[in-house]
Design a protein around this ligand. Structure first.
Ligand code: GLP
Length: 261
């Protein structure tokens, strides 16, 4: 089962995740990071940027693969996930831009963009740690409810709910693209460690479904139950609908000193 860690706030979650990622980079300088967008992982990137700067960690060989991208946004659009990853991750951390990959949402090459991305991930040796947020409808990456557990990187149609949720990043809901290209659930499950974060009451139901609900394509986040190494970092509000919360707290309080996240 997933290790669920309830933290005081998103900054505390960011520190824990960043500590784990920094240790990975120290042990494996060309580590492959699975990068997520959305507001959830931002505290992780901020904490990691601070930590690597303070410790002088060499991140120039770190590689990265983003989960997803909108289809059809003009190159350089500030809300394209390529631009977001550059702004929030590559620049603050000082990563090498050519080593950081985002699915290609350009229409001209979209038919083979999914297969190209799968090939690139496989050739990298696979993702060491995959950061994940979760949508209010339970999506991870952009795998909307109904996504096959066997799915790989491909084009999906966003749900109306997701377009509403993401309208805050655009001038209006109509400006949110209709389609996206996203790693599949099977792609995500191939990463060696999954680090799922969720904050706020709005995520409580999706989070409980992912961690404790039935494993079902109707709830894509529940795919994490099929993975052997998952860490879930949540604040009290996002944890509020977990039934086994007392056990998670108990297990974390008694975590063996030698065991990492
Ligand atoms: C977006 C992204 C997901 C993200 C989710 C939650 O649509 N494609 O990767 O996890 O929605 O977003 P937020 O973290 O802003 O709540």
């Amino acid at each position: 089962m997933a290790e669920v860690v309830v933290v005081a706030d998103k900054e505390a979650a960011g520190e824990l995740a960043a500590e784990s990622i920094q240790a990975l980079i120290a042990a494996k300088p060309d580590a492959v990071l699975g990068l997520a967008t959305g507001s959830t992982p931002l505290p992780v990137y901020r904490a990691l940027a601070r930590r690597v700067a303070a410790a002088g960690t060499d991140v120039s060989h770190v590689r990265g693969y983003a989960l997803d991208e909108y289809v059809g946004l003009p190159a350089g659009h500030p809300e394209s996930y390529r631009a977001v990853i550059t702004r929030e991750v590559v620049e603050p951390l000082g990563l090498t831009p050519s080593l950081i990959h985002v699915p290609n949402g350009a229409i001209a090459t979209i038919e083979h963009a999914g297969a190209d991305y799968e090939k690139a991930i496989a050739e990298s040796g696979g993702v060491d740690v995959q950061l994940l947020g979760i949508g209010t409808d339970g999506h991870i990456g952009f795998n909307e409810p109904g996504s096959s557990f066997a799915s790989v990187t491909r084009v999906k149609t966003l749900t109306e709910q997701t377009r509403k949720d993401n309208a805050r990043f655009f001038a209006s809901e109509d400006d949110v693209p209709m389609h996206c290209i996203t790693q599949g659930l099977s792609t995500i499950l191939r990463a060696r460690h999954l680090l799922l974060l969720a904050f706020g009451e709005g995520k409580a139901e999706a989070l409980a479904g992912a961690v404790e609900g039935p494993v079902s394509a109707s709830n894509p986040g529940s795919a994490i139950q099929l993975h052997p190494h998952v860490t879930v970092l949540v604040d009290e509000a996002a944890a509020s609908k977990l039934r086994n919360i007392d056990y998670y707290r108990y297990a974390y309080a008694h975590k063996p000193a030698w065991q990492k996240l």
